[in-house]
Design a protein around this ligand. Structure first.
Ligand code: NAD
Length: 500
């Protein structure tokens, strides 16, 4: 049965097919308090899922979501959602089985290239309290090394030109135009809530938008944005792979729902948000979101997540793909990988992490292993591995650097780094070639070829590794040993040497 409002009550829950559908009002007097840019899989499984719970269980009626797409390919999500009254299904999969939850929290969608003015007007509307983002790292035009806006990017240049003020194309162009309109109308500014996976996501967005506003030349407005707009930092977590065609078929077969674009995710989800909003916020706490008073608290949670979850993903991804695996759970079902990931977390990552009151770090590690082993999520290794030049320096290197200072162990972390150094060559241990998906692919491959079994050439990329690590004898020795072993014997033969 096709998913739409008319059919909603015809979908029935059974013991074999647990299902929920929204029963709260949609449209009419319900206000759209949130405008979200980047309605990908993650937003639909995370923020929109929390909002669906707030509407269903707590009667919230002034924070429905209006989705916005800026990219040409967002016509696909526009058409999928419009064709089914903006309803869609989140399928939660675990080893215990599947549950389907039809979501009603997204209630409209604007595709910017259709009507850019409509997007600006929507954000500037007094009902809008929050503009949230999941626009991937590339959507921020953030130079990680200089920490500055990539202001010479043609898209940013286009939006900085006052002649194009009415036709912005980037997130900053839209935010600026809408905030300018609110400022002129004497309205409070909306909160800009980044939900992308970047440490200090709110602070980065604030800094980039402030630069953008300054470059536009209206100092008064730039100051208002910097001082009055809230950009809360947040830590987000819920593993959400790309939807596969087989997922649609499985949803139709098991639940009888014909959904043009469902989302498949895991039961686990987490969201820690700094409590800093410029125009009110939903009562997130009621549905388990951790709203914390201090930005420092968000940083601590982020540190745990980036080093334990994302760091382990790197430990699974690069060696796993080299060894010939395709999915995260397949790697974790190999006893050596299972032991390796656990020992790396416990012996090398955990000792460097801050203690967070109320957080049981061992329980968190156990949950991670359970999540990685979930056989139903089918999380693809290439998804985990892409953009390694942005991952290894953030997820692995900080643990190594701190372990060096503390004279603590870090050889497993070196094994992961060495695996990535070998991975960038684009050939696995069985001789199969794959595409290196990385913005620095050319430089990485050139340095890897130049260095061979000597890591110095890659370590010489200062923007990734700085100077300190390259000059640390113990680190270079461990890395050279691991790289040599991986090149000579392959991952599966080398791995046992890194186990207790
Ligand atoms: P996706 O490919 O399903 O969706 C990406 C969305 O970003 C699309 O709507 C796209 O149009 C938009 N986008 C891309 N580039 C943009 C740009 N330059 N300007 C504006 N919009 C742009 O991906 P996803 O799985 O939804 O992940 C999106 C982001 O969510 C990730 O980059 C990450 O920061 C965060 N995240 C994802 C997961 C996950 O497991 N998928 C987990 C935690 C956080």
């Amino acid at each position: 049965l096709k998913l739409n409002v008319a059919n909603l009550q015809r979908f029935v829950k059974t013991a074999a097919a647990p299902l929920t559908v929204p029963t709260y009002p949609r449209g009419g007097s319900v206000k759209q308090g949130i405008v979200h840019i980047g309605v990908g899989g993650f937003h639909r499984a995370h923020f929109a899922y929390y909002m669906n719970q707030l509407m269903e269980k707590h009667g919230l009626a002034d924070y429905a979501i209006c989705g916005v797409g800026l990219q040409p390919w967002d016509t696909t999500i526009r058409d999928a959602l419009r064709g089914q009254d903006y309803l869609y299904t989140v399928v939660e999969r675990s080893a215990k089985g599947s549950e389907a939850h039809v979501m009603g929290s997204i209630q409209d969608f604007l595709f910017a290239p259709d009507d850019r003015e409509a997007v600006v007007a929507k954000m500037a509307h007094p009902d809008t309290h929050i503009v949230s983002l999941t626009i991937t790292e590339s959507g921020y035009f953030y130079n990680e090394h200089t920490h500055e806006l990539q202001s010479d990017d043609p898209a940013i240049q286009h939006d900085l030109d006052p002649a194009n003020a009415k036709a912005p194309t980037t997130t900053y162009g839209f935010l600026y135009a809408a905030l300018a309109r609110r400022h002129a109308a004497g309205l409070k500014p909306f909160t800009v809530l980044s939900c992308d996976n970047m440490q200090g996501n709110g602070s980065i967005t604030r800094s980039m938008l402030k630069t953008f506003a300054n470059l536009r030349g209206d100092a008064n407005l730039a100051t208002w944005i910097a001082e009055k707009v809230a950009f809360p930092n947040s830590m987000v977590d819920r593993i959400t792979p790309q939807t596969a065609p087989a997922d649609k078929v499985a949803l139709a077969e098991m639940f009888g729902i014909e959904d043009a674009w469902p989302v498949v995710t895991e039961p686990f989800m987490q969201w820690v948000i700094e409590d800093h909003f410029s125009d009110g916020r939903p009562p997130f706490e009621k549905v388990g979101v951790q709203v914390v008073a201090d930005v420092h608290d968000v940083e601590q949670f982020e540190k745990h997540k980036l080093r334990l979850l994302n760091g382990s993903h790197s430990a699974i991804g690069y060696p796993g793909q080299l060894a010939g695996f395709s999915y995260v759970h397949e790697v974790m079902n190999h006893p050596d990988f299972d032991a390796f990931v656990w020992q790396m977390m416990q012996q090398e990552v955990k000792p460097m992490l801050p203690v967070i009151e109320g957080v049981d770090i061992d329980a968190y590690c156990h949950t991670l292993v359970e999540r990685f082993k979930n056989p139903t999520i089918m999380d693809q290794l290439p998804r985990i591995c892409l953009g390694g030049s942005g991952k290894i320096p953030k997820f692995i290197m900080p643990s190594i650097a701190e372990a060096i200072w503390a004279t603590a162990p870090f050889r497993r972390l070196c094994f992961v780094t060495a695996a990535w150094f070998h991975y960038v060559n684009g050939v696995d241990d069985n001789g199969n070639k794959y595409e290196l998906d990385d913005p620095m692919s050319e430089e990485l491959q050139q340095k890897a070829a130049e260095g061979g079994a000597d890591p110095h050439a890659l370590l010489g990329i200062r923007t990734l590794f700085g100077d300190d690590l390259r000059n640390d004898e113990r680190f270079v020795k461990e890395l050279t040993t691991a790289l040599g072993l991986i090149k000579k014997d392959g991952i599966l033969k080398t791995l046992p040497k890194y186990l207790d």
